[in-house]
Design a protein around this ligand. Structure first.
Ligand code: GUN
Length: 289
């Protein structure tokens, strides 16, 4: 039996349709949601991500302002821009594209974003709310992963969940979200002794490391739900995940492809976070009339 493919592209289209309905409601009330994207330097991958965010905003009727600053920008200048965007009533969401070029400090810059406009969910206030199980803006990729797991039809409650990778952007927050949904969660990382022994126990396996072929079919429990967050460009130009798809698809019960799995969901969740922020800043809630 080969695994069911969890179609992130199709699910992202559904999420964006919901977002569009909310944008229309806001626009009937005279409000247009606005997202500011700050890009420092010329990292080619970041430029592609930022362009994609802009394109999605345009499609959904969200105003997008892109601030493209040179790699030599000083921290004070960047902080001043964030301060202006915090005060700008047209802007409901602020995103500073990561990674920032050295010596800019991501933690320092993230800290200055108004938590109500922090559509990345990276501010310590929003991460703290996540840890405490309170309402708040959730990081986009982890939120997208949870939606993909839900779409796979598997209930998280009581399941063995294994997250490979402990980044602040994906591994740590997705582990918290799984815990909040009552999963039994293990986090693996570069110092984990026997990775295969732990991943083979997983009924839900999330891999977010950035290493092509890290997980293959021999490391997967038959029937598991496998979410591959990796995006690795091979020397041939082909983009692959962290999971060796051809062997994994023979063992897993459901699996996300790369591309077309987590990637499209991240951007859909960013659009959703932006509109949720606009609603919250106007005293309303997503999905409510
Ligand atoms: N770089 C890679 N992923 C992300 C993300 O989700 N948000 C931001 N701001 N930068 C990123």
């Amino acid at each position: 039996m080969t695994a069911r493919i969890i179609d992130g592209k199709a699910l992202a289209v559904q999420v964006k349709q919901e977002v569009r309905r909310e944008v229309e409601k806001l626009s009937a009330a005279g409000i247009t949601p606005g997202l500011a994207v700050v890009l420092v330097g010329d990292d080619p991958a970041s430029r592609i991500y930022v362009r994609n965010k802009q394109k999605n905003c345009e499609e959904l009727g969200i105003i997008s302002e892109v601030y493209h600053l040179p790699a030599t920008t000083g921290e004070e200048e960047l902080k001043a821009l964030v301060g202006r965007l915090n005060k700008d009533p047209k802007i409901n969401g602020i995103l500073v594209q990561l990674p920032l070029p050295a010596p800019l400090r991501e933690e320092e810059v993230t800290l200055l974003i108004n938590p109500e406009k922090d559509v990345d969910g990276f501010h310590p206030m929003n991460l703290g709310r996540l840890l405490r199980g309170e309402e708040g803006i959730r990081p986009c990729t982890p939120a997208g992963i949870m939606a993909l797991i839900k779409a796979s039809g598997v209930e998280v409650t009581g399941r063995e969940c294994v997250v490979v990778g402990r980044s602040n952007i994906v591994g740590k927050p997705v582990a918290q979200l799984l815990l909040q949904e009552h999963g039994t969660v293990t986090i693996c990382h570069s110092r984990t002794k026997d990775l295969a022994a732990i991943t083979s126990r997983a009924e839900i396996l999330v891999v977010a490391v950035g290493k092509a072929g890290l997980i293959d079919g021999t490391m997967i429990k038959p029937g598991a739900v496998v979410i591959d967050v990796g995006m690795n460009r091979l020397p041939t130009g082909k983009v692959v995940g962290d999971v060796d798809f051809s062997s994994a698809v023979e063992v897993a019960g459901a699996i996300t492809p790369v591309p077309g799995g987590v990637g499209p969901m991240t951007i859909a969740m960013l659009m959703k976070n932006t509109v949720m922020a606009a609603l919250a800043q106007n005293g309303a809630k997503f999905g409510k009339d």
